[in-house]
Write a protein that binds this ligand. Structure first.
Ligand code: CP
Length: 308
């Protein structure tokens, strides 16, 4: 089976059938990753450029690992050591890289829409690894894979996504993807952390954390992006932790089988207490493990892999 689109730019508008296809394929690759020999030959001969203009630990390493597990040839572009410091723009950069005969590009960029822009400049397949405040589709896919793995289904489950919603591309991709999959999503944060136009995400938004947490099956904390805050929207870390931080006391009032998620990196003691991040309810490291399988699935489905 094939995905409807040639690129992965975001989950807004992606069908439930395509999301299920990626998650089912990721489950198969998860099985491959439990074997002694974790490499399959499906993308042998394909060259994939990891074009990261922003910092990353989990996404960049898991894409590179996924490419190696599929027998592709990864090339890593680091903005800090590239010719962008000599003034070369994104269009010229990708056209020069394409001239070296590459097949796929995984891109992270601070500008929303950069992956779409690349589809207009190159024939290579483009995969969005996070674009500005817009989308982070593979993160949302690995989040849904993890929920399905831990709780057995997606449809009908309540997910509370709490934190800096406004600055979060993870919240956007999850809101769109989870809604498509029939989940009951609620976004929560201080009023200054909420998007002004709530309707565009199609899910309820609240500044009342008790309302958000009531009956939740999944709680997803988001990183307070301290580097993006101004004093006008963020009075103090202490105030944030007291009003919206998720700790043992809040955990103790939830369902016995609730799972706690975070895309990372965590500000321990700000949005999430350390003893909750490391508790048996936490699936944060499972999310990281599943990131490799989901990225293998996306690369495989878009890269025309065979013999999977
Ligand atoms: N979740 C996530 O995108 O983490 P990185 O920024 O480390 O890739």
């Amino acid at each position: 089976m094939k995905l409807q689109a040639r690129h992965l730019l975001g989950l807004e508008g992606m069908s439930g059938g395509d999301i299920n296809l990626i998650l089912d394929t990721a489950d198969s690759f998860y099985g491959v990753l439990q074997r002694d020999v974790k490499v399959v030959p499906t993308l042998r001969g394909k060259t994939i450029v990891n074009l990261f203009y922003e910092n990353s630990t989990r996404t960049r390493i898991s894409f590179e690992l996924a490419e190696k597990r599929l027998s592709a040839s990864p090339l890593n572009f680091s903005a800090s050591t590239s010719s962008i410091h000599k003034g070369e723009g994104l269009r010229d950069t990708i056209r020069n890289i394409e001239a070296m005969k590459i097949d796929m590009v995984v891109v992270r960029h601070s500008c929303a829409g950069a992956p779409y822009f690349l589809t207009q400049c190159t024939d290579a397949v483009i995969i969005n690894a996070g674009d500005g405040l817009h989308e982070h589709p593979t993160q949302a896919l690995l989040d849904m894979m993890t929920i399905r793995q831990k709780l057995g289904r997606l449809e009908g489950l309540k997910v509370a996504i709490i934190g800096d919603i406004f600055h979060s591309r993870v919240a956007r991709s999850n809101a769109w993807g989870m809604k498509t999959m029939g989940m009951d999503v609620i976004l929560c944060g201080p009023p200054t952390f909420l998007p002004q136009h709530h309707d565009c995400l199609g899910v309820p938004v609240t500044d009342n954390i008790d309302e958000a947490l009531e009956g939740a099956d999944v709680v997803m904390l988001l990183r307070v992006q301290l580097e993006r805050q101004s004093s006008a929207v963020f009075p103090s870390v202490h105030e944030y932790r007291d009003r919206y931080g998720f700790d043992i006391d809040r955990l103790s009032k939830l369902k016995k089988d609730v799972i706690i998620m975070h895309p990372g990196p965590i500000n321990r003691g700000v949005e999430l207490a350390s003893n909750v991040a490391d508790s048996e309810h936490s699936v944060i490291l499972d999310q990281v493990t599943n990131g490799v399988a989901v990225r293998m699935a996306v690369l495989y489905l878009l890269g025309g892999g065979e013999n999977g």
